[in-house]
Each structure stands twice: as C-alpha cells, then as structure tokens.
Design a protein. Structure first.
Length: 482
C-alpha cells in the first residue's frame, strides 16, 4: 500500500521532505541562513519540476483496500507542472521584494508554507476520494492563510488573513457537510465508486452535491461566493497574491473537473450541476469584468480580473469531455503566465513606496521604462484575448469546447465579456503610452530577479501566442490519459 501511495505521489513526497529539510536548516541556523534557505527552495522546486516532466509517460494509482485514492496521469501531471511553474515564478520574485522591506527574518517559514501549499494543490488534482480532496484543500488553505498575513506588522495583510481564514473556514464547513450528505446517500466517498452506488432517491445526493459545489465555489471565488477575493488579494503581499490568483485557483478548477467527470457524469445528477455551474460561470465572468471596470487600484483590478477568468475556465468543466480537458490544461498554463507577469509589473511599480499603485500613477510610465511598458501591454492583450497571444488561444479552445458541448448562450456571454474586459485592460496600456509622465507618475528602480520573471512570462505568452501547436498537442495528450 505504501509503495503505491509513494508511486502516485512522488512529487508531493519530494516537496514534503524538502520542506522538513528547510525547517531543520532554519532552526539550526536560528534564521541566519536566509539566502541558503531561499536558494534551496528554488532547487527543491526545480527538482520537483524535473520529476514531473520526466514522469510524463508514467501513470500510477494509490490504492487503499483495493480502492483508488490518488490517480497520477497526464491530466494530473499537467497541472502539477502549472502549479510548480506558478510557485517558482512567485518565489523568485519574492526575494528582492522581501529584502527591500526587511521581511526576510522569517523567510524559512515563507518558503516552507509555499512548498506545503503546492503539495496541497497537487494532491487536490490527483485526488479521487472526497476525504483526500478535503485534506488537500485544507493543507492548501491553511498554508495560504498564514502566507496572506506574512507581513504581520502591517495592518492590511493581517486584516486580509483574518477575513480569508473566517470565510475559508465557512467554505470548508460547506465541503464537510456536502461530503457527509454524499456519504449518507451512497455509502462511499470514493468518486470512482460513487456512480455505482447512486440511490434511487436523489434528494440527499442533490443536497450533498450542491453543498460540495458551494464549498468549491467559495475556494475558487466564483460569484456570488467571491466577496473575500478582492480584499484578500489587495491586502496580501504581491508575490503571494500572484501565487494565490493562479496555481491554487487552477488546481481547484481542475479538481472540479475530476470530481464531475468521475463521480457525477450521470443522467440522474448531471442536469442539476450543469445548470448550476453554467449560471455560476456566466455570473462570475460578468460580475468580475463589470466590477473591474471602475477600479483605479491596479492590484484590485487584477483581482477582479482573476475572478472573471475563473468564469471562463469553468466553461471547460461544463464541456466535460476530451476537448474540455485539453482546453483547461492550455488555459491553466496561459492564465498562470500572463497573470503572474501582470502582478509582477504591478509589484515593480509599487516598489518605491510600497503603497498600492493607482491608475493615475501609471501615467506615461512607458516613456521612462519602455521594456516594462511593453511587457504590461503583452499581459493586458493576452488577458483580453487579443490574437497572437497565449490568452487568445486559451479562450479560443475553451469557447470551442463549450460550443461543441451545446453551451452557445454561454459562449456568447463569454465573448461579450471579453469585449467588456478590453476597456479596463487596454486602458492601462493607453495610460502608460498615450500620455507623458506627470508629477504623480511612480519612479521605478527595477529589481533584477523580478525583471527576469517579467521577461520570461512575456516571452512565454508571445511564444504560446505565435506557436501554440506543441502545447495544444500536449494538452490533447493529457486529455487522452487513461
């Protein structure tokens, strides 16, 4: 049994062991080996990334009494890759940010919590049992609660962490009640056994499914369960916000796909959750984009943007076929790269004062820092879905999958929302390029490592936009995994 568990969770085991090593190093050095801890964390993530890549043709299942609890296949490995890339980019951009604000005294805890959140997210994607799913979500969430309040000497991170903790606990309660109802109705928590145990009376099953979906919707920040996200994203440190808005969100949506595909792709219950999820998707993309329109705080605007993109990604879950799975893999990576890049440019602009950057403080910024301006244009264009960017192909394959599944009205809603989003995304580019700098324009002293992250993200977004074929082919292979 232990062999099968380790075989199906080899990357997660590496991250757990590495986090224990970092804890011991931090304790032994009494917090003085800060740079060594940081470098070792980067090495650990690179090792985990290499293991994930070299495991591409490997499949495994973790069994408990003959029941599959974890499933490692190409679908799971694809999202493991996305999670690790998101964590690595966020971590690399953290060092200079924390050093500049003299927050390196607890860098050991910071790195360990980041690794544990990655572990929870990766278990989440591989889970085929609701108990494992709940434990993975709590591992991910608890680490993020603490990371949100990392700068505990500042008022906003502390407030954001408290708000995140309270609402996250409520979401966990919904998950527990949902799992309890499903177990009471079917006698099992295993998704692969669930369809064989469906009762003739579907009311308890429907209640459990609705509660489960509400809990997941809270964690993903789908409307109307999104109220916590803008405040938490705005209050947390920018590298943490970039990570929270990407890797955990993508992992949760991938987990939702796995849950619906394995346990609820049946005529008795499918009409219930597809109706609810399509309404949530339409509401999320519409409210997210409309709420982002009047925002002057760029970080808060990107928070609402991440809510809207969650609505787009849920369309791939509704497709619930190979094309939907491939679309979700492609969208997950493209969204992670363009969102982290946009947050990193925002972090660079915030460097001088540390205060949130308002739109009028971006006026003429490209005239002083042309590479930074063009990088932000690339990210804004990609988030809008303009051709020859990764975001365009991500939306194209997702809308195509939803259209083939019969969701024409939802695709029309998504296209209209993409048009609306152009107003606030491209407004940032216009402000940076079309007007000269003013006395309010922020002064920027670039960080080298953050600049490397921005450059890598911008280049990746353009390459995926001009040459999407290889990633599309890999996404299709992931959808065909057994």
């Amino acid at each position: 049994m232990i062999e099968t568990i380790l075989s199906a969770s080899r990357t997660e085991a590496i991250l757990v062991l590495w986090s224990l090593l970092l804890l011991l190093l931090s304790a032994a050095s009494k917090g003085r080996a800060r740079e060594s801890v940081f470098k070792l964390t980067v090495v650990g993530l690179l090792i985990a990334l290499a293991v994930t890549v070299f495991s591409w043709d490997y499949t495994s299942e973790a069994l408990l009494d003959g029941t599959v609890m974890l499933k490692l296949d190409k679908f799971a490995l694809s999202f493991h890759f996305v999670i690790l890339v998101g964590a690595l980019l966020s971590l690399i951009s953290s060092w200079e940010y924390l050093q500049d604000r003299k927050w390196l005294r607890r860098i050991g805890e910071y790195c360990v919590l980041l690794l544990l959140s990655c572990t929870g997210a990766m278990f989440l994607v591989s889970a085929t049992d609701l108990i494992i799913l709940f434990l993975a979500i709590d591992t991910l969430s608890l680490a993020l609660y603490v990371l949100t309040g990392y700068a505990c000497d500042q008022p906003y991170p502390t407030e954001s962490a408290l708000k995140y903790l309270l609402l996250g606990a409520m979401a966990s309660a919904f998950l527990v009640y949902g799992i309890a109802f499903l177990y009471g109705a079917t006698g099992t928590t295993n998704l692969m056994a669930l369809e064989r145990m469906l009762p003739t009376q579907t009311l308890p099953l429907s209640i459990g499914l609705c509660l489960l979906m509400i809990g997941l919707a809270f964690k993903i920040a789908l409307v109307p369960f999104h109220q916590w996200a803008p405040d938490v994203y705005d209050g947390a440190l920018t590298p943490i916000t970039a990570f929270m808005a990407t890797a955990p969100k993508v992992a949760l949506i991938a987990s939702m796909f796995r849950i619906m595909e394995l346990g609820f792709d049946l005529p008795q219950v499918k009409p219930i959750w597809t109706l609810a999820l399509s309404a949530l998707s339409a509401l999320t993309m519409t409210v997210g984009n409309l709420a982002a329109l009047p925002q002057q705080n760029i970080k808060r605007m990107l928070a609402y943007s991440s809510i809207a993109h969650a609505g787009y990604m849920v369309m791939a879950v509704l497709a619930l076929d190979e094309s939907g799975m491939a679309a979700l893999v492609f969208y997950g990576l493209a969204y992670t790269l363009m969102t982290i890049g946009a947050f990193m440019v925002t972090q660079m602009v915030e460097k001088e004062t540390g205060a949130p950057a308002l739109l009028n403080e971006w006026t003429g910024l490209a005239h002083r820092h042309l590479p930074l301006g063009w990088a932000m244009v690339i990210f804004m264009a990609s988030l809008t879905g303009i051709p020859f960017t990764a975001g365009f192909w991500a939306k194209f394959v997702t809308f195509k999958a939803a259209l083939e599944a019969g969701y024409l009205w939802l695709v029309i809603t998504a296209v209209l929302n993409s048009v609306v989003s152009a107003f606030y995304y491209l407004r940032v580019a216009m402000v940076m390029f079309a007007q000269p700098p003013t006395s309010q324009t922020r002064l920027i002293a670039p960080w080298r490592m953050v600049g490397l992250v921005i450059g890598a993200c911008a280049l990746s977004v353009l390459l995926l936009g001009f040459m999407p074929t290889n990633l599309l082919r890999m996404s299709e292979l992931a959808s065909l995994s057994p």
